[in-house]
Ligand binder design. Structure first.
Ligand code: SF4
Length: 824
């Protein structure tokens, strides 16, 4: 049941300040394509239009509660507006917008007029400068020429040279290159990377199915993908030292993140254009479609910007998968591609309801990049290069049909869970690489950690894998990356980034390698993930020297400790991670890792020996019960559960448990009263662990879906992913009570029957909501069908009438609460 659909606000505003240009580039979308509206516009924006634009943007930010917006001064060539006018524009916009929210002000120029005087202005007014440059001289001169045919290359290089000076470096936003497949891709990349841009954008030349760009849209032609593939490989060989937005977008969306560019992915478009005469228009790229295509019929003098947010052309680009053609909706790379740039889908007759004119190129380059994210690329591995025919055809992690169906049914054996673990290992390695590339520079500890990890990865890969499989490595990596993107790049807290050295140190200890490395001290402890922590006192870092398997020495200003295989329990300063054991099951009882607090409930401090012994006793009981009575879950949990994380509980008797998407393999729980309760919590939370890993691997639903849905077990509406997670987890819960009612007697059996009846009813209802949501991908539909096939027969199992009545009463109360919540 859908209850709401958002109209999304704009966050980026392209303001056309001058509608003519001093170059005559033949690939320019403003002058050389179908839309010729520029000819009827004033040459320069008027001060009144600038003031009104600032006012409208501020109003839009205020009405939508935005904390920040980006305004890009554009043209034509915006520098033709001249210094005094540009100064006035920057000041007017800041005056109007900054009382409401942050303003990220930029200008995008061809660069030929940029001089020191303009740079001083932009520095003073905090305007970042992006420059169009197509590559080396040969590539640039293919198109970027003056009307008399002369090259613009020298002038643009001089402009970039200015921005690279230390004084102006802070206002250097990056370079944007339009691809011409006739140029040498490696030479283009090298020429642009040599200019050290903070961002490098490669743009596909604009075109449509009616008027395809040169060499695109032809059967079997992938010239643009081949060209970009060479650039990608060159970029990778160059340690990816320059951020290239198209590749980073593919990587981010592959890893479940958001696209970084409007030209790829399923992120809702948030850009609107304000022309020099005050007209409100859709994105500039739509100019290639037909004359007048970007027009909305609105202008800032008469209309608020929110009127444009409701325009059908703009809404169409905010609907995620639902806004794409049927071909795109079935496409295995749709979450990274998103049908490409909206304009490139156009064909007379079917409008925008087509794949991109670059479809073959986009699929090929996305597959190329994804293939390099496989184990071979992020570390070691054995499968790069072969096409993968697994159900979702993601190239770096295979899941056989049978394994997918096992998981869809709610179960999953050793092999299926091992595949999920392998995918997580790949993902963690990719994240580690991102931390290395984006955050590590500036942290000596992290740099040394990365180098040591690289050496160990060759000498003792098993030890590295063991540490990297620790659930809280990913939570740490994601935290570093979030911190880096929230602040300026490379500015995540040093101790945080330095944890990379601790990870390497733990791998060295496990490998018994001889190594010496400085590790950060966090809250008074030097941490060795998977092994434990050593109290090192009030210092920032300590030196760890490994001297044989399991033996190491830590030296800090506050003292020196030797920890060896036999000394762990005797040294009060060394707190090893304890292991819970039951038969073949070995699980870490994690109460030391500094990044473990990610499960929405507070964690316990270090457990006492008596508390740890109680956990051990309950764990044995829980494992015994799972193996005996829940054999369809036991092998999968045994293969994937690596950590039990104790949660704090200030209300004795209250059941608290959780799983975190980023912490694959970990189940968090407050110690329940008995082993049977712990068994239920493990079965329940491990369902979340499995589904989270599947979501990481495959596109199960439209990630742009914004509606909220009724979840029968909750009073508040849930997003689609929350409903999917809850439903999958409750298959385990329903099954637990289904079988439990036959294992116990007396009132306990009555309670179990009631809980079974309640959970089967709610789970079946939620499965129906998911199936009818219209937001599932074909693979998601297959998953939900598998879930339904498991639950359906349970609905026919006989239960006492009293259990049925109680369950119906309970469900009716839930729905009443929900309806009250919805104000009905
Ligand atoms: S690769 Fe082609 S079919 Fe797939 S999403 Fe992109 S444009 Fe659509």
């Amino acid at each position: 049941m859908a209850v709401s659909e958002d109209v999304l606000p704009f966050r980026q505003f392209v303001l056309k300040v001058h509608s003519r240009c001093d170059l005559a580039c033949d690939h320019c979308y403003v002058y050389e394509h179908a839309d010729q509206s520029w000819a009827g516009r004033p040459m320069v924006i008027s001060p009144e239009a600038v003031d009104k634009a600032g006012e409208r943007i501020a109003e839009h930010a205020r009405d939508n509660g935005l904390s920040g917006v980006r305004v890009i001064l554009h043209g034509g060539e915006p520098l033709l507006a001249g210094l005094p006018r540009l100064a006035g524009i920057a000041r007017s916009l800041r005056r109007a917008i900054e009382p409401c929210c942050d303003l990220d002000l930029r200008i995008h120029t061809n660069g030929v007029r940029l001089d020191a005087e303009l740079c001083e202005l932009f520095l003073a007014e905090r305007v970042k400068v992006g420059i169009s440059l197509d590559g080396d001289r040969a590539a640039n001169d293919l198109h970027r020429r003056y009307a008399h045919g002369g090259s613009s290359y020298e002038q643009v290089l001089r402009a970039v040279g200015l921005l690279r000076q230390p004084r102006y470096r802070a206002i250097y936003a990056g370079l944007l290159a339009t691809i011409d497949v006739r140029s040498d891709p490696a030479a283009v990349y090298r020429a642009l990377a040599a200019l050290d841009p903070p961002n490098l954008d490669f743009l596909l030349p604009h075109g449509t199915w009616d008027c395809p760009p040169p060499g695109a849209g032809l059967p079997g032609s992938t010239r643009y993908a081949d060209w970009l593939g060479v650039v990608f490989d060159e970029w990778t060989a160059d340690s990816r030292r320059v951020p290239v937005r198209i590749f980073e977008s593919i990587i981010e969306t592959t890893l479940g993140g958001a696209s970084l560019t409007e030209s790829l992915g399923l992120e809702p478009s948030d850009v609107v254009v304000i022309e020099a005469d005050g007209s409100i228009e859709q994105a500039d790229s739509i100019k290639v479609v037909y004359d007048g295509a970007p027009a909305t019929g609105l202008d800032i003098f008469r209309h608020p910007l929110s009127a444009a947010a409701a325009h059908p052309g703009i809404r169409a680009r905010q609907r995620g998968i639902a806004g794409l053609s049927a071909t795109c909706r079935q496409c295995p790379v749709v979450t990274s591609c998103g049908g490409g740039l909206y304009a490139h889908r156009y064909r007379t007759g079917s409008g925008f309801d087509n794949p991109s004119v670059y479809c073959a190129d986009l699929e090929k380059i996305i597959t190329h990049v994804r293939a390099r994210l496989r184990p071979d690329a992020a570390g070691r591995g054995s499968q790069a290069g072969e096409p993968d025919q697994s159900p979702a055809r993601r190239p770096w992690n295979a899941l056989a049909e049978a394994q997918l169906d096992e998981l869809a049914a709610g179960f999953g054996g050793t092999e299926a869970i091992s595949r999920l673990s392998a995918a997580q290992r790949t993902l963690r390695r990719a994240l580690l690489r991102l931390v290395h590339e984006r955050v590590r520079p500036g942290s000596e500890l992290a740099a040394a950690g990365w180098d040591l990890l690289g050496q160990l990865d060759h000498a003792a890969p098993g030890a590295v894998d063991e540490v990297l499989a620790h659930p809280y490595i990913r939570t740490w990596a994601e935290r570093c990356l979030r911190a880096a993107s929230a602040a300026a790049a490379n500015s995540a807290p040093q101790a945080e980034v330095g944890h990379l050295a601790s990870i390497a140190a733990a791998a060295a200890v496990r490998a018994g390698a001889s190594a010496e490395i400085e590790v950060p001290v966090i809250d008074g402890y030097a941490h060795l993930p998977t092994l434990g922590r050593l109290r090192a006192g009030d210092v920032a870092s300590a030196t760890l020297a490994v001297a044989g398997a399991g033996a190491f020495e830590v030296r800090a200003a506050s003292g020196k400790w030797h920890v060896g295989p036999g000394t762990a329990e005797q040294d009060p300063d060394w707190e090893p991670v304890r292991e819970l054991r039951a038969g073949d099951w070995v699980v870490r009882l994690e109460d030391t890792d500094p990044y473990r607090d990610c499960h929405q409930w507070p964690v316990t401090p270090r457990l006492t020996a008596a508390e740890a012994a109680t956990w051990q006793a309950q764990f044995e009981q829980a494992v015994g019960l799972i193996e005996r009575s829940y054999p369809q879950y036991a092998p999968g949990i045994a293969a994937g559960l690596s950590v039990l994380l104790p949660l704090a509980n200030d209300e004795p008797g209250r059941e608290i448990s959780a799983a975190a998407r980023a912490a694959f393999g970990a189940v968090a729980a407050a110690l329940p009263p008995a082993g049977a309760d712990l068994a239920l919590l493990i079965i329940h939370e491990f369902q979340h662990v499995k589904l989270g890993a599947l979501i990481d691997m495959f596109d199960l639903y439209d990630r742009a879906e914004r509606r909220l849905f009724f979840a029968p077990w909750r009073a508040d509406p849930r997003p689609l992913v929350g409903l999917l997670q809850g439903t999958y987890a409750h298959i385990g819960v329903t099954d637990y009570w289904r079988l439990r009612r036959h294992q116990v007697a007396g009132p306990e059996a009555g309670d179990a029957a009631q809980l079974f009846t309640r959970w089967r009813m709610m789970t079946a209802e939620a499965i129906g909501t998911l199936a009818e949501s219209g937001a599932l991908t074909p693979l998601g539909t297959r998953l939900v069908q598998g879930m339904r096939a498991t639950v359906q027969p349970w609905l026919d199992e006989p239960v006492p009438a009293s259990a049925e009545e109680a369950a119906h009463r309970w469900a009716a109360e839930r729905r009443e609460t929900w309806e009250r919540h919805q104000g009905r």
